[in-house]
Ligand binder design. Structure first.
Ligand code: GLC
Ligand code: CA
Length: 547
């Protein structure tokens, strides 16, 4: 297996990236048009979220045809051109394979509904009575996870929206179909794949109610998931490609298995525990300030334990399902720049492969929408209603959605000062947020002190310093509660990273003799830091010393 230690991936949500034909939707040609920008940023791969034929109930994660480009994104020729142009610039293309479920608009599901037994076996259909779903499992988007089909007298499972029917991986024909999809895109010259919620594909043989939770413990990292992944990888020959699995509510032990090269499963894994530290009692829709101690502890555990057993982490703080990190754990106003750089720095200096989500590199913020009708995401809209049913006022419910909605990261990329921040000359499918300052590529591209310049530098550092891409990692430096710190080490060299997660100045005592060290990067201007044995970290200050 190849490794991807010194690589950086840039995630593109094409619908919101750049619209070239003025229909309000970003498109594949829009990605091609911005490749020079991405090359300049220094990234190695782009991961495109789904642009396949889809009713767009879940923005393309509900696929109706795995092998065709949705015409709103362009054509197959546009895709081939994008791949070719990316390759010319040394950028590989990764595609998003949504294999846990299909849209109910997919041919397979339609044929199942039409009564074809063969296709009913493609999904999780269970005989039953209209009033009693097979289990009490809860859909990740709210409500029971089973839907009744009166004409068949059967229920089908949907762990996500009712229009996203779970596939039956126990059926070898399904596994064969999905392998063929991978082979199809591989033959188009793509460089790798991201596998959507891939640790949910293996369901238990016996279905039972969950008396303790929403059912996830039965199908998360399910009984045959490793076997299925090994088979998928071996039969499609993608072992040496860059692959990343999105792992929902997973465990470190399973992620070691998914990503240890000896297992021949995936190159790396996304996990989410560190992004649940502001969920009160584990509930995404219950607000709480983020718990810095858990945040630090989760990084420590995942970094150290994955490393000890040769697992590999995909590193990220934001993606198309998460709020913007500055709005979430940083400060949008007073410390916008400092906090944006701090969080970027932490991710890029850890052990693993960093992912940059579009707009993160310029410090984009949450939607700040004032009306629920501005939201588009199915999950946000479902939960808004659920919150109202639970007795919240519309103001309270909107406040929760404002903080937790997946649309926070799905608003258009902010390019320049023209209409719609340069995203589209038409009517964007979702509004461009209007909030305080102009946050655009144009306003940062020539500014050496910008968040954008800082990301360029971080990406370049990974290529220049093997200690960053390949060094060991430990989190045992003694620091105050609001400070996160870790040490990287390689061949007698050490890299010390300290970050102030808070907004108070805080004194830290540094490890041994830092005066021999060199400041590698700083979010407070490099010459302002004096490397003594104890020093004050300012709000959101990131200190990186190499010795
Ligand atoms: C993943 C995707 C998310 C999608 C879900 C169902 O979590 O990232 O956007 O809604 O899977 O496919
Ligand atoms: Ca368009």
């Amino acid at each position: 297996m190849l490794n991807f230690k010194d690589k950086v991936v840039y995630q593109i949500y094409p619908k919101s990236f750049y619209d070239t034909n003025g229909d309000g939707w970003g498109d594949l040609n829009g990605v091609t048009a911005k490749l020079d920008y991405l090359k300049e940023l220094g990234i190695d791969y782009i991961w495109l979220t789904p642009f396949f034929v889809s009713p767009q109930r879940d923005n393309g994660y509900d696929i109706a045809d795995y092998r065709a480009v949705d015409e709103r994104f362009g054509t197959m020729a546009d895709f081939e051109n994008l791949t070719k142009e990316a390759e010319v610039r040394g950028i590989g293309v990764m595609l998003d394979m949504v294999f846990n479920h299909t849209s109910t608009e997919h041919q397979w599901f339609k044929r199942a509904l039409a009564g074809e037994k063969e296709f009913q076996d493609y999904y999780k259909f269970v005989d039953g009575e209209p009033d009693s779903p097979p289990t009490n499992w809860v859909s990740k988007f709210g409500g029971n996870a089973w839907e009744y089909v009166p004409s068949l007298g059967k229920w089908y499972l949907h762990l996500f929206d009712v229009t996203q029917a779970d596939l039956n991986w126990e059926n070898p024909k399904v596994r064969k179909e999905l392998k063929d999809v991978v082979l199809f895109w591989k033959s188009k010259g793509v460089s790798g794949f991201r596998f959507d919620v891939i640790n949910l594909i293996s369901k238990p043989d016996t279905l039972e109610d969950d008396s303790q939770g929403d059912g996830r413990r039965f199908y998360t990292d399910g009984p045959r998931v490793h076997e299925y992944l090994k088979e998928l990888v071996a039969d499609t020959g993608i072992e040496d490609m860059i692959t990343v699995g999105e792992m929902s509510s997973t465990s470190i032990d399973n992620c070691i298995k998914y990503s240890n090269p000896d297992e021949k499963e995936l190159a790396m894994t996304f996990s989410f525990h560190h992004l649940k530290v502001d969920y009160k009692d584990g509930d995404k829709w219950s607000l709480m300030p983020y718990d810095k101690i858990s945040f630090k502890k989760l990084f420590k555990d995942w970094q150290e334990q994955m490393t000890a057993k040769n697992g590999w982490n995909a590193l990220f703080l934001t993606n198309h399902d998460q709020p913007r990190i500055i709005s979430r754990f940083g400060n949008e106003d007073k410390y916008w720049k400092e906090s944006g750089k701090l969080f970027g720095g932490l991710i890029h200096l850890m052990r693993g492969t960093p992912y940059v989500y579009q707009g993160e590199e310029i410090g984009m913020l949450n939607t700040h929408f004032t009306d629920i009708n501005q939201y588009k995401d199915v999950e946000s809209l479902n939960y808004y209603n659920i919150l109202l049913e639970q007795g919240k006022s519309s103001t309270e419910a909107l406040d929760i959605i404002n903080q937790r909605s997946r649309d926070n990261c799905r608003t258009p990329m902010q390019w320049d000062s023209s209409d719609n921040d340069g995203f589209s000359t038409g009517n964007p499918w979702i509004q461009v947020p209007k909030f305080g300052k102009a946050i655009t590529v144009e306003s940062q591209v020539d500014d050496e002190d910008s968040i954008l310049a800082f990301y360029k530098k971080l990406i370049a550092l990974r290529k220049d310093y093997e200690i960053i891409s390949n060094g060991d990692v430990s989190f045992d430096l003694e620091v105050p509660e609001q400070v996160v710190s870790f040490k990287r080490s390689l061949d007698g060299q050490e890299l010390l990273v300290y970050g102030n997660l808070g907004e108070d100045d805080i004194e830290i005592s540094l490890e041994s003799d830092l005066s021999k060290g060199k400041l590698l990067i700083s979010n407070y201007g490099e010459n302002k830091v004096n490397l003594a044995s104890s020093l004050i970290l300012r709000p959101y200050e990131l200190l990186v010393v190499i010795i």
